[in-house]
Design a protein around this ligand. Structure first.
Ligand code: DHB
Length: 305
């Protein structure tokens, strides 16, 4: 097969690889660098109603096998991203807005305003693990159902949902039933595995400061969990709901594995933070050379052992 054109939410993509919301996608300068990179989409940092400074530092640490973060949603506030939209669209690729309001009413305000912009799609974040006193919505099935009902009723843009990782088949089934009821365009599986703890045994302390050192982990640590979530949602969701894989992607082979499990596109988080936006041309070249050795789409031949 030649390189893999794909689509998400009805948007044609040159290839499946773009950034995860989080690393290096908060300021215009960072988003411009993504626009100029080989990433197939520009996705901005999850935004809130008001600008936020986020949690105290150190709040992000690179680890040999991944990362831990408790950023606390530092972002410019949704109005800045609205203003940037015409400039972001000049890069000739789809733009997705990640929305993570602190309250349902904030999300409603933000989505109503995004409806009137050039943004191509919305990724509603139901899975931020780093806010004190704010449980991850995606782990509360009733609340997720209510939020989706309210947001689907007003969104004029294709709507995707960023999910936390699940670890129990019952929870996959419950969330899939909620998503299958609605006109969701895509799901992104997965956000970081929340509330992990890394300690420094020399200094006898936690390695990040916020929330007593607890934070979301990404990178190699979470690839098997991400693949499990991609695969299970691929099995359970309506086939018109696209799956965006996220978790542990640093090479073209990682992309191939996500696609084998059912992803139509993939996002790169930790590796973007480590390597910068040039990771997109490297990973895309690696993926293309794997695909050039294949006769068919990976999903056509995937089988259980
Ligand atoms: C943050 C982390 C997340 O995993 C997320 O989905 C949204 C925000 C943060 O801490 O900024």
């Amino acid at each position: 097969m030649e390189s893999m054109k794909t689509s998400i939410a009805g948007m044609p993509l040159q290839h499946p690889i773009f950034n995860a919301s989080g690393p290096k996608c908060t300021t215009f300068e960072e988003l411009k660098a993504l626009g100029e990179s080989a990433a197939s989409v520009i996705l901005h940092k999850s935004c809130t109603l008001e600008p936020r400074q986020g949690n105290p530092e150190p709040r992000y640490v690179d680890l040999e096998l991944g990362s831990i973060n408790s950023m606390g949603l530092p972002n410019l506030g949704y109005a800045e991203y609205l203003k940037m939209m015409p400039r972001l669209k000049t890069f000739g690729k789809p733009v997705i807005s990640s929305v993570s309001g602190l309250y349902l009413s904030d999300n409603i305000t933000i989505v109503r305003e995004l409806n009137e912009t050039l943004v191509d799609a919305i990724e509603l974040n139901l899975s931020c693990p780093n806010l004190v006193g704010k449980p991850q919505v995606g782990y509360d099935m009733e609340q997720s159902d209510a939020v989706l009902e309210a947001i689907m009723a007003i969104s004029k843009k294709p709507l995707g949902v960023k999910l936390p990782p699940y670890f129990d088949f019952v929870h996959f089934e419950q969330m899939a039933a909620i998503l299958n009821k609605r006109h969701v365009a895509f799901v992104t599986c997965v956000n970081s595995i929340g509330n992990a703890l890394f300690v420094d045994p020399e200094k006898e302390c936690t390695i990040i400061k916020p929330k007593g050192g607890f934070g979301g982990i990404g990178g190699d640590y979470i690839k098997p969990t991400a693949l499990g979530n991609v695969r299970k949602f691929y099995e359970l969701l309506r086939k018109d709901i696209g799956i965006v894989g996220c978790g542990g992607i640093k090479t073209g082979m990682d992309v191939f594995e996500h696609i084998l499990c059912g992803a139509s596109a993939v996002q790169v988080g930790t590796q973007l933070m480590k390597e910068g936006p040039s990771c997109f041309s490297r990973i895309t070249n690696e993926f293309n050379s794997i695909m050039s050795r294949k006769a068919t789409h990976p999903l056509a031949t995937f089988k259980e052992n």
